[in-house]
Design a protein around this ligand. Structure first.
Ligand SMILES: Nc1nc2c(ncn2[C@@H]2O[C@H](COP(=O)(O)OP(=O)(O)OP(=O)(O)O)[C@@H](O)[C@H]2O)c(=O)[nH]1
Ligand SMILES: [Mg+2]
Length: 405
């Protein structure tokens, strides 16, 4: 029986795991949607995060198929980027995940180094809090001897593998390859309290680049470690090669050369992953800076020292604009900004008959012709209007202030 949910609620569940674990298969079985593309085992298949929705027990269930991490490090970076983009987008739209089904094929005889690496990345993108909503699920039971499968499942419970995640709230489950079995898992997540993932909070709320998030750092550290490892391997292969050349061993030399080429390939892959991460980071930092600059500029005002306003009333009404120098002030309370950064400013006058009279009679400065806010400046396409209640004193000078809007 499905748990009761408020009608119309959207339950979002991400399906994750290494490539070939059976994510797309799971989604196809549960949704009955034949358009979900399942791989032919040889190649990883799903490249983009893809939501599939259906109505169930009064709720809208959305299962998100995600690309699986696989063996190549550069791809892992791209996949993390894809998952980060999708999850941050949903988080921005206030759509929190009800859970994650993390799949692992029980046919895998052991956790490979890359599966371990991906588990660490998963843990860091998920974070502590959301682990309670994670179902660590083994798949493809029909392809193994049940006793053997049980032994492998028990092995997964150890500390270094899934044990740490289970201790922190994740639960171990089995998917038996059928719709009913899939729904049993979904039922477990339907009434969960929704929790944000660490990667969502870090990117959206804390404004981090992918490299700055725990998951990004995790992949980067792996890449650095692998770069060192491969460099060392190449070094020792070089030495062996040298010894063989001296001893004239042709066959051994060929084997070593091949091995060196393979390691060189892996090294280049790790370096390409790091390069990609660094490029993404630089692009995101730039974007963040532009965003901050725009936010800062939103509050900027222009200050013009009264001594720089030297037009006399005699020409009020004759000129419509006047070039002088002023200061662009980003932080009004920072008086140091008033002392530097002068730039050329053009003040425009909207002088009308009445204000002209006032200018003649009240003051010698045409500037006051627009005391009721009829003077304006357009700087970099932004409209600034004379602020009432100015000039103000800052340090030993007086400034007339123009503000936006
Ligand atoms: N019998 C059986 N076969 C499964 C099951 N899960 C996956 N498979 C098979 O395993 C292969 C890989 O499954 P996919 O669902 O494409 O794997 P994936 O996790 O989506 O892989 P990527 O998209 O590459 O990340 C396919 O040939 C599936 O038919 C299962 O529960 N039972
Ligand atoms: Mg897939």
């Amino acid at each position: 029986m499905p748990p009761e949910v408020i009608p119309g609620t959207e339950i979002i569940i991400a399906v994750m795991g290494v490539t070939g674990a059976g994510k797309s298969y799971f989604i196809r079985e549960v949704t009955g949607n034949s358009e979900v593309e399942v791989s032919d085992r040889l190649y990883s298949c799903t490249r983009k995060a893809q939501p599939y929705s259906f109505e169930y027990a009064g709720a809208k269930i959305t299962l998100v198929d995600t690309p699986g991490f696989d063996d190549t490090l550069r791809d892992d970076m791209e996949i993390l980027q894809e998952i980060a983009d999708w999850t941050s987008e949903t988080y921005r739209n206030d759509r929190l995940l009800s859970g994650i089904i993390y799949l692992h094929s029980i046919t895998d005889t052991r956790m490979t180094a890359s599966a371990m690496r991906n588990l660490r990345t998963f843990q860091s993108l998920c974070g502590q809090e959301a682990l309670e909503n994670v179902l660590l699920t083994t798949t493809q039971w029909s392809s193994v001897n049940p006793v053997e499968g049980q032994v492998r499942e028990d092995n997964l419970r150890v500390k270094g593998l899934w044990g740490g995640l289970i201790d922190k709230g994740a639960t171990l489950q089995r998917f038996h390859g059928t719709k009913e079995s899939g729904f049993e898992l979904i039922h477990k997540l339907m009434s969960n309290t929704r929790k944000p993932l660490d990667i969502q909070v870090q990117i959206v709320k804390q404004n981090m680049t992918l490299l700055e998030t725990n998951a990004g750092k995790c992949i980067n550290e792996e890449l650095i470690a692998l770069e060192k490892k491969y460099e060392k391997e190449i070094d020792s292969l070089e030495k062996e090669l040298q010894a063989i050349i001296e001893a004239n061993g042709d066959e051994a030399r060929r084997v070593l050369l091949e091995e060196r080429a393979r390691t060189q390939n892996k090294l280049e892959e790790a370096q390409a992953g790091m390069k990609l991460l660094a490029e993404l980071h630089a692009a995101e930092v730039k974007k963040r800076e532009v965003g901050e600059e725009a936010r800062r500029s939103d509050k900027a005002v222009i200050a013009i020292a009264t001594k720089d306003i030297a037009i006399t009333a005699d020409i009020a009404g004759v000129i419509t604009s006047y070039k002088t120098r002023g200061r662009l002030i980003f932080d009004f309370s920072n008086h140091e900004e008033f002392e530097s950064n002068t730039i050329e400013i053009t003040i425009n006058f909207k002088v009308n008959f009445l204000s002209r009279i006032r200018a003649f009679t009240k003051t010698s400065r045409v500037f006051d012709a627009g005391i009721d806010g009829t003077n304006y400046i357009i700087l970099n396409g932004v409209y600034y209007q004379r602020k009432s209640g100015t000039p103000i004193s800052v340090g030993s000078q007086e400034f007339v202030i123009f503000s936006q809007g």
